[in-house]
Design a protein around this ligand. Structure first.
Ligand code: S5P
Length: 264
């Protein structure tokens, strides 16, 4: 097994090059959770309700801020940030930027969402090349708090084109600015052991195999033993007929036990 995967979160806090990753690892170690819940719901009431109820069980919440039908900055972002302080979790806006540097800088900093102001983490496709990282990093210039970027190196969806050489080149791109680009959305461990990239893995589900629209689910053990540091779970926790607290505890425990077996 690769040595990075066998290091504890506490050990990794000490050496990690990214201030945001240090903060994330610290949160995980303190709260004993490597669960990120994906809050893909329709309204701000559902979003904030889940954030309040599930806050104690997660290291991070992932948002798609453009799908909340009644979004306003004051009524969504401000209470979500307050909850992130109350329950000590980070916020990851799953924006999947994919444009030239100058455009993504504007998309990250302005408009109605002003993502850089409140999202500790965001992500981007590597497709446009190095300028996308430079543009997003330039967008963090006036922000005092830690900010971090994940590149999408692999995807969970069936037939994804992010494989093979594309994945290899995405890892190469992340090496350009490791204080900011602290890891990947991926299905496997990526990078060299001493680089210690953080791997966040969606497409995790204990009860379903897929969603009929290309999503593919793996078990928690499968993801974590393959090198995932953080599991991302959405519908497995709050899907129809599920009790979100029961399911969040179940995924949190499964994720933490799988991590403990890996570092043993
Ligand atoms: O490869 C990916 C990358 C992402 S970020 N596959 C994914 O499913 N995602 C996101 O993870 C997706 O946009 C959704 O928000 C979440 C998975 O949700 P679930 O309900 O299928 O667990």
């Amino acid at each position: 097994m690769a040595s990075t995967t066998a290091k504890s979160y506490e050990q990794r806090i000490v050496t990690h090059p990214s201030p945001l990753a240090k903060r994330l690892l610290k949160t995980m170690a303190e709260k004993k959770t490597n669960l990120c819940v994906s809050l893909d719901v329709q309204t701000k009431e559902q979003l904030l309700g889940l954030a309040e109820t599930l806050g104690p069980y997660v290291c991070c919440f992932k948002t798609h801020v453009d799908i909340y039908s009644d979004f306003t900055y004051e009524s969504v972002v401000e209470p979500l940030v307050a909850l992130s302080q109350k329950f000590n979790f980070l916020i990851f806006e799953d924006r999947k930027f994919a444009d030239i540097g100058s455009t993504v800088k504007s998309q990250y900093t302005s408009g109605i969402y002003q993502i850089v102001k409140w999202a500790h983490i965001t992500n981007a496709h590597a497709l446009p090349g190095p300028g996308i990282i430079d543009g997003l990093y330039a967008g963090t210039k006036d922000i005092a708090d830690e900010r971090g970027l994940l590149l999408l190196a692999e995807m969970s969806s069936e037939g994804s084109l992010a494989t093979g050489d594309y994945t290899v080149q995405t890892v190469e791109l992340a090496r350009r600015n490791k204080e900011f680009t602290f890891g990947f959305i991926a299905q496997n461990r990526l990078g060299n052991d001493d680089e210690d990239f953080i791997i966040m893995t969606p497409g995790v589900g204990l009860d379903d195999k897929g969603d009929g629209l290309g999503q593919q689910y793996r078990t928690v053990d499968d993801a974590v033993s393959g090198g995932s540091d953080i599991i991302i779970v959405g519908r497995g926790i709050f899907g129809k007929g599920r009790d979100p607290i029961t399911e969040a505890k179940r995924y949190r425990d499964a994720g933490w036990n799988a991590y403990l077996s890996r570092v043993k």
